[in-house]
Design a protein around this ligand. Structure first.
Ligand SMILES: CC/C=C\C/C=C\CCCC/C=C/C(=O)SCCNC(=O)CCNC(=O)[C@H](O)C(C)(C)COP(=O)(O)OP(=O)(O)OC[C@H]1O[C@@H](n2cnc3c(N)ncnc32)[C@H](O)[C@@H]1OP(=O)(O)O
Length: 295
């Protein structure tokens, strides 16, 4: 909902807060200084160098646990209200893995209350990232299945490491689960209906070169150059006047965001009733066991 409000009122709010900033002088400068300090969270690092970079750091594979999702949403919200921050690069602190997607252990053997809280946090992350006023660039430095792919698709531009061993996609059906409608809509908005229909049914993971071919990512560069390319792309995006870019982004994304906001509670109920089914719990367990056995 916050993201929706930000999208709706973005440009005027920023302009208004700009004049407040000038009037309030010293206080605003102090607040600005405070907000520009790097924040040191446990699992989501925010670095404020040449560009603002959010680095996921949840070993070993950046799975998106309830903690990570909560920390991510709080960090993004802080940047969103920071007038000095117009863009953010999202990446991983680990080579070879961007994010393994939702933490499967959060969806196994827990209470209905836990599943509801977890799903709300997934929705919140999506609302904030997909609805962000900032320029968002994904620097995908490794594999990125399911929820990891969703995060990348939420960004305005995606740069991926050019290595066929790294794959990205919404592979939910391979786990015996179903990507919800707003995952699907995010993918349709990224690569179109036909590719999404096929990808979702097959639970297809695309090696980086194939991801480029279908438009799931925008550019491939060597692993070492992923972050510097993201910084260069950021300056290009930031050269466009904020208000025009933000309103355009809102026009493109608002219907998709509104759809989840409208059906948010029903979506949580759907998730809880789906994930608590014995057959689904079994599928997830089998998948986890297989992951562990592959070593
Ligand atoms: C009608 C519909 C209504 C409502 C909706 C209902 C349904 C639910 C929708 C849910 C949407 C779900 C989205 C998701 O994101 S599900 C998660 C999907 N993710 C994956 O499939 C990724 C699985 N992992 C991998 O493929 C590999 O681990 C990876 C990322 C390529 C890395 O490979 P590698 O470096 O070799 O590392 P390991 O495989 O050895 O893994 C190390 C360690 O991490 C554990 N692990 C991996 N991924 C996850 C994960 N996603 N969650 C939790 N844990 C994970 C793995 O088991 C290993 O653990 P160990 O203890 O053995 O060290």
């Amino acid at each position: 909902m916050a993201a929706q409000a930000v999208l709706r009122s973005s440009a005027p709010a920023r302009l208004l807060s700009g004049s407040f900033y000038i009037r309030k002088g010293v206080l605003a400068s102090w607040q600005h200084y405070q907000s520009r300090r790097p924040f040191s969270n446990e699992k989501v690092l925010v670095e404020l160098d040449e560009s603002t970079v959010m680095k996921m750091k949840n070993p070993p594979v950046n799975s998106l646990s309830l903690d990570v999702l909560t920390e991510f949403s709080i960090s993004l919200e802080k940047l969103e209200i920071d007038r000095g921050c117009r863009g953010v690069i999202l990446t991983s602190a680990f080579p070879k893995i961007f994010s393994a997607g939702l933490d499967i252990t959060e969806m196994c053997g827990k209470s209905a209350e836990h599943y509801a809280a977890f799903w709300r946090a997934v929705q919140e992350m999506w609302l904030k990232l997909y609805g962000s006023n900032m320029v968002t660039i994904a620097a995908i430095n490794g594999s990125s299945p399911a929820g990891g792919c969703l995060m990348a698709m939420c960004c305005d531009y995606r740069i991926m490491a050019d290595n066929p061993k790294f794959a990205i996609g919404l592979n939910e059906t391979q786990l015996g689960i179903v990507a919800p409608f707003w995952f699907k809509e995010t993918m349709v908005n990224t690569v179109g209906n036909r590719v999404t229909e096929q990808s979702l049914q097959l639970g297809q993971m695309y090696p980086a070169p194939d991801a480029l071919k279908i438009g799931l990512v925008d550019k491939l560069v060597t692993e070492e150059k992923v972050q510097s390319t993201a910084v260069a792309a950021m300056s290009q995006w930031l050269a466009v006047p904020d208000h025009a870019r933000q309103i355009t982004k809102s026009i493109m994304r608002k219907p998709t965001i509104d759809n989840l906001v409208k059906h948010r509670e029903a979506d949580i109920n759907n998730f809880v009733s789906f994930i608590t089914k014995d057959s689904i719990q079994k599928s997830l367990q089998v998948y986890m066991d297989r992951l562990k056995q592959k070593k």
